[in-house]
Ligand binder design. Structure first.
Ligand SMILES: [Zn+2]
Length: 243
């Protein structure tokens, strides 16, 4: 019975190491995935900003074209004006020119305002680009180190699984399935120490004195009556635990 409890303890130790390795693997890969998702979000936002900037540039070019066309109109009207001699016609063309000039100065103002806003926006987009580049580099570095660690952990998990399989062989199937059930139920320890005061290492309740005495004889595989975990006691001469 003592060798069976030792085999269970060894199995549990291997299991614990495997669960730790799996937990670490999950946490580091999740971190990289989160970072990648964050970067993808920011890249989408950046691409939207670029679209807006292009739209503003198009608008700017249209207004500039209009301004040029209006200046041409003014020039042509000026030429016509010089050829006119009748006062009435002269005044009409002059009004036309004044109207065009007013419209143009308004357009110029609008264009300048737009240009200022565009410049500011462009600077913000460029700053964001620099930040994104830094993030991309950070992500690549993180992916590289995580990749190395994941490989190590996978090797470790593989080794531990083999070790686990070798310990499994020494344990009767019904004990093994009970071990798995308890482990699953408690999400962890299935084999625990009962200390010298008779307290269960799993649920910390005092096991009945009779159970404790039976445990000391190490003749049968026993479980805590409260939490169902397999229990054992430390005795003066300990058999070495594998692993
Ligand atoms: Zn217990």
């Amino acid at each position: 019975m003592k060798s069976l409890i030792n085999a269970l303890r060894a199995l549990q130790e291997v299991d614990r190491q495997r669960l730790d390795a799996e937990k670490e693997r999950r946490s580091i890969t999740e971190r990289v995935d989160q970072l990648a998702a964050m970067l993808a979000d920011l890249e989408r936002e950046q691409s939207d900003k670029r679209d807006k900037l292009r739209e503003a540039e198009r608008w700017y070019k249209e207004r500039e074209k209009e301004l040029k066309e209006d200046n041409e109109k003014i020039k042509r009207a000026q030429t016509r004006l010089n050829a006119l001699s009748k006062a009435k016609e002269y005044a009409a063309v002059q009004r036309e020119i004044e109207g065009l000039r007013r419209g143009n100065s308004q357009k110029e103002e609008e264009i300048l305002k737009l240009l200022a806003v565009m410049e500011e926006f462009k600077r913000a987009v460029e700053e964001e680009d620099a930040k994104l580049n830094a993030m991309r580099a950070e992500l690549a570095a993180e992916q590289a180190t995580t990749g190395v660690r994941v490989k190590e952990l996978d090797e470790r998990i593989g080794r531990l699984s083999n070790e686990y399989a070798s310990y499994e062989k020494g344990i009767p199937p019904e004990v093994l399935s009970r071990y798995r059930r308890i482990q699953k139920a408690w999400q962890g320890m299935a084999v625990v120490l009962v200390d010298a005061r008779g307290s269960c290492g799993g649920c910390h309740r005092s096991v009945p004195p009779q159970l404790y005495n039976t445990l000391l004889r190490q003749e049968t595989l026993l479980a805590c009556p409260y939490c169902n975990r397999f229990v054992y006691v430390e005795t003066a001469v300990e058999e070495p635990v594998h692993g």
